[in-house]
Design a protein around this ligand. Structure first.
Ligand code: AMO
Length: 431
């Protein structure tokens, strides 16, 4: 290892020589004194070169350094209250490990604003900004918090295929691919597979994985490749899994606010932990709130973005919409026995947008087959799925939670592309 410490592991009192590695963030040559600011993953280090005492070769290297070159700097620590972390590094050696060309594709100091397209085109460089990096450090914390919570609740993490033969989410389009001599698709959701696990007796499963949606819309909340946090659980109804969902959201918010203080401060964000239980309103009530707020939406229609906003403004915090019309929810959502025009499905909403949808599932083979046909789908394509309902399928429920939407609403970020390393949208396929 070349590096002995990250910038934040060094204290002003340290006696023995250290080596830090990072990028030449800034070079300021003031004649008698040269400052080289090195940036590593954790922060900044001020490397100070006094012309009178420094080795000439070391000074030469520092003065000729191009911004954003990768360096390893070895030297001694001196207390300096004005420098980042209260110390400066007096170098004995500066090695250039990776030279950066100039001009740079974008600025990393935060002094020059770049638009999102420029940043996404040069994502590797954009990630060097503490702002961008903090988003992805929080994304990591969210996934860690989700795993921790679900593991404690007895959920088993699974991985299901992304190359599949059938659609799951009727409404949204599929990406076809060539699979040897056949046509296949990129999976829209782990839905059918997670349900198969219930017949398989795993009882409680979760997956954090990619979902692919060939939706044409170009919005700030849709991606063509997104990440879904999915659960499925046996012997629980929709209300039981709603409780798991709201508790998970609260847990993750708490986890991030406790473990991500630095990143939140880099982003200038204060996380407000949502109160549980979340408010529950029925679909019928939601329609009324939207219409009272000036929207024009008929009972039986899906909520538009505008009506989501109107309802979100009225409620003002995370909430659930329950008891949806069976017609506009997927075939696997279970209709109520006594009022089959409504089903045991729910959406979990942030005031800005939908974060999750879920339901108690149909577990009767006959009804499920019927629902598939009623929704205009060909039941033959679902053979592998339907089979599992003929040999002992427990009642079960689950939901899918959009990881990007959870992250962007937590951080108050406007555009979903900000929270994906390499977003895939209608126009963007590279990098
Ligand atoms: P649904 O299609 O509602 O439900 O997806 C679940 C959640 O995934 C997120 N999401 C998206 N995020 C960004 N871009 C997209 N194009 C996109 N599509 C979906 C949303 C959404 O709430 N099988 C069901 C879940 C279940 O019932 O278990 C499903 O996929 O946050």
């Amino acid at each position: 290892m070349i590096r002995t410490h990250y910038s934040t592991q060094i204290t002003p009192e340290m006696q023995s020589p250290v080596t830090i590695c990072g990028w030449a963030h800034e070079i300021r040559d003031l004649g008698g004194i040269t400052f080289l600011i090195v940036r590593d993953r954790e922060g900044l280090v001020q490397v100070t070169l006094f012309k009178k005492t420094i080795d000439k070769n070391v000074l030469e290297v520092a003065r000729n350094l191009s911004r954003e070159s990768v360096v390893a700097v070895t030297g001694n620590i001196k207390k300096e209250a004005k420098a980042p972390n209260g110390y400066e590094l007096i170098p004995t050696e500066i090695k250039v490990l990776g030279k950066a060309e100039s001009p740079l594709p974008m600025d990393t100091t935060g002094k020059v604003d770049a638009d999102l397209d420029t940043r996404l085109d040069a994502r590797f460089m954009d990630l060097r900004r503490p702002y961008t990096q903090s988003i992805f450090r929080i994304r990591h914390l969210i996934q860690k918090g989700v795993r921790e919570y679900l593991d404690r609740e007895g959920f088993v993490e699974i991985t299901t295929p992304k190359v599949v033969a059938t659609a799951t989410e009727g409404g949204t389009a599929l990406f076809p691919i060539t699979y040897f001599e056949r046509e296949a698709f990129l999976n829209q959701s782990p839905q059918l597979f997670k349900q198969l696990m219930m017949s398989g007796g795993l009882d409680r499963v979760f997956e954090i994985g990619p979902i692919f949606r060939a939706e044409e819309h170009d919005t700030r909340k849709h991606l063509n490749e997104a990440t879904s946090i999915d659960i499925e659980a046996s012997f629980l109804d929709h209300e039981d899994v709603m409780v798991i969902l709201e508790n998970l959201v609260k847990y993750v918010y708490t986890y991030v606010s406790e473990n991500g203080k630095n990143y939140l401060s880099n982003l200038g964000v204060e996380v407000k932990i949502p109160e549980t239980p979340f408010k529950r309103i029925t679909y019928t009530e939601a329609i009324k709130i939207a219409n009272d707020g000036g929207e024009q939406i008929e009972w039986g229609e899906d909520l538009t973005t505008e009506s989501e906003h109107t309802i979100g403004k009225t409620i003002g915090e995370h909430y659930f919409i329950t008891d949806w019309p069976s017609k506009i929810k997927p075939f696997y959502a279970m209709p109520y026995d006594d009022k089959p025009e409504l089903c045991r499905a729910f959406d979990m909403m942030h005031p800005r947008m939908e974060l999750s949808s879920g339901a108690q599932r149909v577990h009767s083979y006959e009804l499920l087959r019927q629902r598939i046909t009623d929704q205009g789908l060909n039941a033959d394509g679902f053979d592998f799925y339907l089979k599992a309902f003929r040999y002992g399928m427990p009642p079960h429920s689950g939901w899918g939670l959009g990881a990007e939407r959870l992250l962007m609403t937590m951080l108050g970020i406007e555009n979903i592309r900000e929270v994906v390393l390499f977003p895939r949208d209608r126009k963007r396929l590279s990098p």
